[in-house]
Design a protein around this ligand. Structure first.
Ligand code: C5P
Length: 217
C-alpha cells in the first residue's frame, strides 16, 4: 500500500487552465478541466503529504485535506507557486498555463465597432523553467500535452526545463483528451527511461505518478 509514503513531504500541485484578461468581461483561455491535477492532489493527501493545490478556475471540489489557492492568470499562478516553493519537496505542474497574454487588458469592455479586431499578445513567464533554474532539493514533474511528435517534444521539455520526470500525453487519442476522466500517459525520466502506461483513469495515473516520484525523492 502507498499509505503514508509521502508523510512529512510538502507537495505543490498546479491544476486547471489560466485566464488572461482581454477586457473586464473577456479572457484568453484553454480547455483544461483540472481533473488530472485534482486527482494528483487528492492522491498525494491520501499518501500523507502536506498538499498545496494552486488552481485556475475549474468546477471541481477541493479534495479532502488539501490547501487550495485560487488564481486566474499565469502571473498570479507564478507568484503563488514561488511563494510556496522554497520549503517544498515535490512540485507537479499539471496546469495548462497560457503561453501568451493580451499585451494590454482594456480597462473598459471593448465595443464591436470595427469589422475586425487585432489582439496583440505577449509571452507569459514559463513558471516551470524558472523552478527548474532554482531547483534545490525538489523533485520537479511537468506535463506535456502534444498533438504530434509526442516523445520528441516531451524529452526536449524535460531537458530544457530541468525536470526529473515528464508526463507526456497525445491529446488527439480518444481517452487522453482534455475533459476526460481517463488518460494515456508516458512517463519519461532523465536517464531516458520511458514507462508506457495503458488507458487508465486519472485517479490511477495519479497513483502511478506519485509512486514514481516517491522513489525519486
Ligand atoms: O506549455 P508547455 O508544453 O511548455 O508545458 C509543459 C509544462 O510546463 C507543464 O507542466 C506546464 O504546466 C508548464 N508551464 C509553466 N509555465 C508556462 C508554460 C508551461 O509552468 N508558461
Amino acid at each position: 500500500s502507498s499509505r503514508g509514503i509521502l508523510k512529512d513531504k510538502k507537495v505543490i500541485v498546479t491544476a486547471g487552465g489560466t485566464r488572461e484578461p482581454i477586457d473586464p468581461v473577456r479572457f484568453v483561455g484553454n480547455r483544461s478541466s483540472g481533473k488530472m491535477g485534482y486527482a494528483i492532489a487528492k492522491a498525494a493527501a491520501k499518501m500523507g503529504a502536506n498538499v498545496v493545490l494552486i488552481s485556475g478556475p475549474v468546477s471541481l471540489p477541493t479534495p479532502q485535506g488539501v490547501r487550495r489557492i485560487d488564481v486566474e492568470t499565469a502571473a498570479a499562478m507564478r507568484d503563488a507557486v514561488l511563494s510556496e516553493y522554497d520549503d517544498s519537496n515535490i512540485v507537479i505542474k499539471a496546469a495548462a498555463v497560457a503561453d501568451y497574454r493580451p499585451k494590454q487588458a482594456a480597462v473598459h469592455k471593448i465595443k464591436k465597432t470595427g469589422d475586425s479586431l487585432v489582439l496583440e499578445l505577449e509571452k507569459n513567464p514559463d513558471i516551470l523553467s524558472e523552478l527548474g533554474q532554482h531547483k534545490q532539493k525538489q523533485v520537479l514533474v511537468g506535463f506535456a500535452a502534444e498533438t504530434q511528435d509526442l516523445l520528441l517534444h516531451a524529452q526536449e521539455k524535460l531537458t530544457r526545463k530541468n525536470l526529473d520526470m515528464i508526463v507526456a500525453n497525445d491529446v488527439t487519442l480518444p481517452g487522453a483528451g482534455f475533459n476526460t476522466d481517463t488518460n494515456i500517459a508516458k512517463l519519461i525520466f532523465r536517464d531516458g527511461h520511458i514507462e508506457d502506461l495503458p488507458l487508465m483513469s486519472k485517479d490511477e495515473v495519479a497513483l502511478v505518478i506519485l509512486n514514481k516520484v516517491s522513489q525519486l525523492l
